[in-house]
Every structure is written in structure tokens, then in C-alpha cells.
Design a protein around this ligand. Sequence first.
Ligand code: AMP
Length: 116
Amino acid sequence: MAEETIFSKIIRKEIPSDMVYQDETVTAFRDISPKAPTHILIIPNYIIPTVDDVSEKDEQVLGHMFVVAAKIAREEGISENGYRLMINCREHGGQEVYHLHMHLLGGRPLGPMLAR
Ligand code: AMP
């Protein structure tokens, strides 16, 4: 079993979060340290530590994360102008929390994809 992170406690509502969406497979909540006017994390309700741990059994939930991201973006009013979905993997990717999560960022022009 993969080690739990703070995100498991957020899913189970054992610690507070600004949750914007939850269903049987995914949970979405506002990032505690937002990098854009909209900064929401979308996570599977079970632990996949990194993208490198993804396998075929995860295909449905990963696809669902995109559906939920698009729905939340529409609700946030950022769909028309656009936004960015980002998943960091391990050290070089800048991953801090080892429970796979998709960042939904928008609400202002986000600039180039990587810092130069
Ligand atoms: P990453 O660097 O891709 O692993 O992103 C981890 C993100 O989780 C960072 O943007 C943090 O600000 C965010 N984060 C960490 N702890 C919490 C928390 N308790 N509630 C909401 N967001 C969090």
C-alpha cells in the first residue's frame, strides 16, 4: 500500500479544505497556496503516488479527472479564456505531495509553460 499524504485526510474530510467537488472517484479543492486566481487540485480518491505509478486500471479515473476539470473550469468562468492543467512527477517535475494531482490554473494569462 502506498503511503498516505495529507490529501487522503482531505478526501475523508478529516482536515478542512476548500472543497469544490467530490464524487465516488475524484475530489477537487482549492490549492492552499494559489499561483493564479483559480488554482484547484483534482485528485483520485485512492492513492496513485506519481504519474510513473499509473497503470491501465487507472484509465477511467484519470479520464474522469479531465471531465471534472473541464466542468469546474466552466463553473469558475475561465473556460472561454482558457486555463492550464498540470501534473508534476517526482523531483525534477517539482512534485511535493506524492498523491497524484492535476493542477487547474486560470483566471489570468499564465505566461510561458516553464520559467526561463
Ligand atoms: P505539487 O508541487 O505538484 O506536488 O503540488 C502540491 C500542491 O499542494 C502545492 O501547490 C501546495 O500548495 C498544495 N497543498 C499542499 N497542502 C495542501 C492543503 N492542505 N490544502 C490544499 N493544497 C495543499
